[in-house]
Write a protein that binds this ligand. Structure first.
Ligand SMILES: C[S@@+](CC[C@H](N)C(=O)[O-])C[C@H]1O[C@@H](n2cnc3c(N)ncnc32)[C@H](O)[C@@H]1O
Length: 374
């Protein structure tokens, strides 16, 4: 018999498919299916609102308001199926072995409840509540059949928590903040703080929060984490990562409901570097980028420094050392070449595993050429 853990991904795919998510369809086919589900008039309204959203004249919520059933809503998100599944798998994995029976689990921004229903099915001895600000989506979620231990509640988490909601032990969020979509003039940090404050109010002390948000860059990531810390959450770096699908990566941040100062900027830089270095070959930053990163490292402990002759014949001055949470080797040449090889200490295990496949006899490795103009 297959163990339940091994077949999580295929079972989850089936759950999504049964919920009305369309698999293996082109974007035209998805549009056609949404058109059929909404009918001509509502589809026209949907297209117009999407255009207005692109122009900044409507908010995401104006689009969400047009969907009346879970099938309509899930069809809408079919274009992002791979991202939704990858995020749901990450969140599922975070809860699977750390959630004792009797825990209270909350899905923040549950839409029409697909993931909430999944989690309730996987944790039959827990109470699982999906919350969302959209009354039409909560009503659609409530109409869908689902496990007896699931509930849905209307809550805009930038507003005070309704008394009917408990304080949860585990909170998960899949894209449940529409970043950059708010008419209120405030900084990214204030925006994040407003959301995380609501989540903190709905959390027991030491509760776990796992989020995957559309955070596009390091600066936004820093603002989100700073906002979370100001609201009483602490980032757990070792439990944070990136959810990856072809061509896209989403920061997957884990927090615990406990006060602590915001992490040193290098800690986040280190976390972000997980993304950068996985995208590149070899694992190094070059030239202007290397210089800027090295400058930004701040206080350094130099362990060794001197000339180094590289295998391709260039002589550089190389400095090896540590800075906060990084180990680095920084090489510069008189012609302005700079190369920073860097190991985020938060990620040493993973890196050493990845170095295993760096085989110098591989064609891709041999194919690596240095530009002589350096
Ligand atoms: C992009 S959708 C993601 C839906 C679903 N979690 C998924 O991954 O497919 C964002 C959801 O978060 C909800 N949301 C955004 N801001 C919210 C807020 N302040 N309070 C409650 N729900 C919110 C929206 O109504 C919407 O259902």
């Amino acid at each position: 018999m297959t163990s339940p853990e091994l077949d999580v991904a295929p079972r989850m795919r089936r759950h999504f498919e049964q919920g009305g998510v369309l698999f293996d369809r082109s974007s035209e086919e998805i549009d056609k299916a949404i058109k059929q589900l909404l009918g001509k008039r509502r589809f026209r309204e949907f297209s117009q609102t999407q255009d207005a959203r692109a122009e900044g004249e409507a908010r995401s919520a104006d689009i969400y308001a047009l969907f009346q059933t879970a099938h309509e809503w899930n069809a809408l998100f079919s274009g992002q199926l791979e991202a939704m599944l990858a995020v749901a798998l990450w969140l599922d994995g975070k809860l699977r072995y750390t959630t004792p029976p009797g825990s209270q689990i909350c899905e923040l921004g549950c839409g029409a409840g697909l993931l909430t229903n999944w989690l309730a099915g996987e944790h039959p001895e827990c109470r699982v509540v999906g919350v969302d600000a959209m009354p039409n989506l909560i009503a659609a979620a409530q109409r869908e059949p689902g496990p007896a231990n699931r509930e849905f509640a209307l809550w805009d988490y930038t507003q005070p928590k309704p008394d009917s909601l408990p304080r949860f032990d585990r909170l998960v969020c899949s894209f449940g903040i529409d970043l950059g979509d708010d008419p209120v003039k405030e900084t990214k940090e204030e925006f994040a703080q407003r959301h995380f404050r609501g989540w903190r109010e709905a959390a027991q002390d030491n509760a776990h929060l796992c989020t995957v948000l559309r955070i596009p860059d390091l600066e936004t990531c820093r603002a989100v984490v700073a906002g979370a810390h100001a609201a009483g959450w602490s980032l757990v770096v070792s439990e944070s990562d990136f959810v990856t699908i072809p061509g896209e990566r989403f920061p997957a941040l884990s927090f615990v409901a406990r006060k602590s100062p915001a992490p040193h900027p290098d800690v986040l830089r280190s976390l972000w570097l997980k993304k950068e270095i996985k995208d590149r070959f070899p694992r190094a930053l070059l030239n202007e980028e290397a210089k800027a990163f090295f400058e930004a490292l701040g206080d350094k402990q130099i362990l060794e420094s001197g000339p180094e002759i590289h295998y391709w014949g260039m002589t550089t001055t190389t400095v090896i050392g540590t800075a906060h949470v990084f180990g680095f080797s920084y090489s510069t040449s008189p012609k302005g070449f700079a190369r920073l090889e860097i190991v985020p200490l938060a990620d040493v295990d993973q890196l050493s595993l990845e170095f295993d496949w760096l085989d110098p006899t591989e064609p891709s490795f041999r194919g690596f050429r240095v530009d002589d103009s350096w």
